[in-house]
Design a protein around this ligand. Structure first.
Ligand SMILES: Cc1cc2nc3c(=O)[nH]c(=O)nc-3n(C[C@H](O)[C@H](O)[C@H](O)COP(=O)(O)OP(=O)(O)OC[C@H]3O[C@@H](n4cnc5c(N)ncnc54)[C@H](O)[C@@H]3O)c2cc1C
Length: 317
């Protein structure tokens, strides 16, 4: 069976959820082989095995962290030449798309970005125009390079051997032109990371002010959820931009998405419509977000949310 190469996204210790999503997807088309750059592969081996990695190519050199994307693209190019994979999967993040693009230029292979699913024969599904149109596309030149959107696939465990195979590639000077001079680790609170959370509670313009976002945080904390926001909220400066959900924000696909005081504009939907269960609190029964809702409460959020928190607190002790 041909290998499917998967570029792992990780922080040197933890495997990012998107990597487990790519492994789940890859298993359908061949033998998943992870490419791990930098340190931390041994610590991650069990997690990669849990999601079916057959092999883990480890390029442990420091150059992958010291320079921006070019060394990783060279590594992928060299490995792709050696193993002739059936496809190369990378996360459709800013970095993943750039690495995939560079690989496409080096190989002459076709690339598809923002893919949300793969059908038979590696036919890719993409969602465009803020979720209004579904597109089916297929690479016609060479081996498909497919950039898969985080949160588009539900990760499912399946045991794999995750055999570590060290690889050593000489990185050219040309790939070392842009050095990383500083890395600032974002301070994380006690809440789960937005794109990895299984529950997300998002507040919209209906919340009314920055201070009132505390209500959304309270509900999120009662549920052990991450906090999200509509663009109306982030543009107004009521909540930081990094929490924006939607076309120009983060894409989330949690088990439960709670939209509070959000109307459901197409650009917001683009970032949350694949959530498994959607609950809405909105005082306007005609708000378009109700079209997506599995459960909806028509009511004033300032009355509904505190009652919701009280009820959850009672049940969770
Ligand atoms: C190119 C482009 C990209 C964009 N990208 C994004 C994006 O990534 N994410 C995003 O979210 N938006 C995005 N937008 C903006 C988007 O079009 C909407 O303007 C935005 O989503 C509206 O946010 P909202 O639903 O919070 O506000 P509104 O549309 O104003 O809705 C507020 C809702 O709150 C309800 N409400 C008010 N008071 C209460 C109350 N007391 N109790 C209960 N409900 C109440 C109202 O009934 C209403 O439905 C983008 C727009 C463009 C043009």
């Amino acid at each position: 069976m041909a290998e499917i190469l998967i570029l792992a996204e990780h922080d040197g210790e933890t495997v990012k959820k998107v990597t487990t999503e790519l492994l789940t997807l890859a298993r359908r088309f061949g033998e998943p082989a992870v490419i791990w750059t930098g340190a931390g592969a041994e610590a991650a081996q069990a997690r990669l095995a849990e999601f079916g990695a057959a092999k883990v190519y480890v390029a442990a050199g420091p150059e992958y962290d010291e320079y921006v994307v070019a060394p990783k693209a060279e590594l992928l190019f060299e490995l792709a030449k050696q193993v002739t994979p059936a496809a190369v999967l990378v996360p459709s993040t800013a970095e993943g798309r750039e690495i995939g693009g560079r690989l496409a230029v080096k190989t002459g292979w076709g690339i598809l970005t923002d893919v949300v699913g793969l059908g038979d024969d590696l036919n890719a599904e993409q969602v465009i125009f803020g979720g209004a149109i579904n597109v089916s596309s297929r690479v016609r030149a060479g081996t498909p390079i497919i950039c898969v959107r985080p949160n588009a696939i539900s990760p499912e465990p399946a045991a794999g051997a995750a055999v570590i195979e060290p690889v050593s590639v000489t990185i050219s000077d040309a790939a070392k032109q842009a050095r990383v001079t500083e890395k600032v680790v974002q301070q994380r609170g006690a809440r789960p990371e937005l794109t990895e959370a299984s529950i997300v509670v998002s507040g919209g313009r209906g919340v009314g002010s920055a201070e009132n976002m505390a209500l959304i945080e309270k509900l999120a904390d009662a549920l052990g959820a991450a906090v999200g926001a509509s663009r109306a909220v982030t543009d107004a400066g009521w909540y930081p931009h990094q929490f924006q959900v939607g076309q120009t924000g983060k894409t989330v696909s949690p088990q439960l998405y709670v939209a509070v005081g959000i109307s459901g504009a197409i650009q917001h939907r683009a970032g949350m419509q694949t959530s498994k269960t959607i609950m809405v609190v909105n005082k306007d029964p005609e708000a378009p977000i109700f079209e997506l809702a599995d459960f909806g409460v028509v009511g004033d959020l300032f009355k509904v949310v505190p009652q919701l928190v009280e009820e959850i607190d009672k049940r969770t002790g």
